[in-house]
Write a protein that binds this ligand. Structure first.
Ligand code: ADP
Ligand code: MG
Length: 295
């Protein structure tokens, strides 16, 4: 690699809103064969909104929302913010407690807290399974919601199911086109998420991705990248850094979106200054052109 062509590549990159951390990053991206995309906050906006509130018998929508929001108040997950916003619109009941204590995040599963002296657990179906809380008819409803690309979370109060809340996270404007272009460039595209398989499949269908790695726990994301690297394939991982810094580090090239977390931006080899995924095929095209220039 001659320093001159790398500098030229980097100058054009800056104009396109791309930041290559090094000459090796600029060269390496052009050699990628697989692009793995994180779902939440990367393919999607990461701006979740509550779409459905389904209380179990004995619960009202308002009470379910308020108890859940209380339990989520210390969580940093975008799901928690969505539930808090929805609860802010629910009329306050004199009887409903809203202060939580003993908060605990169970990474990849959900959260646990004590609200008004009762244990409240909020999370994925696999969390309820682990706790031994039967889902009853809400299990089937959750599957239907997941098939519509919504993420269902269950709420247990005192070890009993209190209801189901679903959130939606819209796909970013540029995602579909970005994936189309990546495929036209000859790349294999995969999507990775901690979300439920059915939800992940529905989003993947919406954006045209066939290879889906779902229900990947945060500590499993680097291993999932290794899975994609099988057969010595060069993998570029694109993420926003929430739970995926190890995947960014494990990939042959880590790409962080500019709206992502500080740790993502520190770990990545390439940074997309905008949150638009179309920066990924642009960066690959630029990198390939640079490689052609130096060879
Ligand atoms: P991702 O970043 O891919 O969305 P996470 O590992 O953060 O995945 O979360 C995986 C799943 O764990 C979520 O889809 C949800 O079901 C559950 N979960 C995680 N955090 C919370 C939370 N604060 N409240 C409720 N459920 C949660
Ligand atoms: Mg995430």
């Amino acid at each position: 690699a001659t320093p001159v062509s790398i500098m030229v590549g980097s100058g054009r990159a800056a104009q396109m809103g791309l930041l290559f951390r090094s000459g090796a990053a600029l060269e390496g991206l052009g050699e990628a064969e697989v692009v793995a995309l994180d779902k939440t906050g990367t393919v999607t906006q990461g701006q979740m909104e509550v779409t459905d509130v389904l209380p179990a018998q004995g619960w009202s929508r308002e009470e379910l929302l308020r108890v859940t929001a209380a339990a989520e108040s210390s969580s940093e997950h975008p799901l928690a913010r969505a539930i808090e916003r929805a609860a802010a619109f629910a009329p306050a009941l004199p009887s409903s407690p809203s202060q939580a204590t003993d908060f605990q995040a169970v990474v990849g599963y959900g959260v646990r807290a004590s609200v008004g002296g009762q244990r409240v657990e909020v999370g994925a179906a696999r969390f309820m399974e682990q706790l031994g809380v039967p889902l009853g008819s809400l299990g089937g409803q959750a599957e239907q919601l997941a098939a519509q690309a919504r993420t269902p979370v269950f709420v247990a109060v005192g070890g009993q199911l209190a209801g189901l809340i679903a959130v939606a996270d819209p796909v970013r404007a540029g995602s579909v086109q970005a994936i189309e272009t990546l495929k036209a460039q000859g790349l294999e595209v995969a999507m990775m998420t901690g979300d439920t398989r059915a939800t992940a499949q529905a989003i993947a269908a919406e954006i045209g991705v066939e290879r889906v790695l779902a229900e990947v726990l945060p500590e499993g994301k680097a291993g999932a990248v290794a899975e994609l690297q099988a057969g010595n394939k060069k993998v570029a991982f694109v993420g926003d850094g929430i739970n995926d810094a190890p995947a960014l580090a494990k990939a042959d090239v880590g790409v962080a979106i500019g709206s992502g977390t500080e740790v993502a931006i520190e770990t990545a080899d390439v940074i997309l200054m905008s949150g638009d995924l179309r920066g990924v095929p642009n960066a690959i095209a630029l990198s390939r052109a640079t490689l052609r220039n130096i060879r």
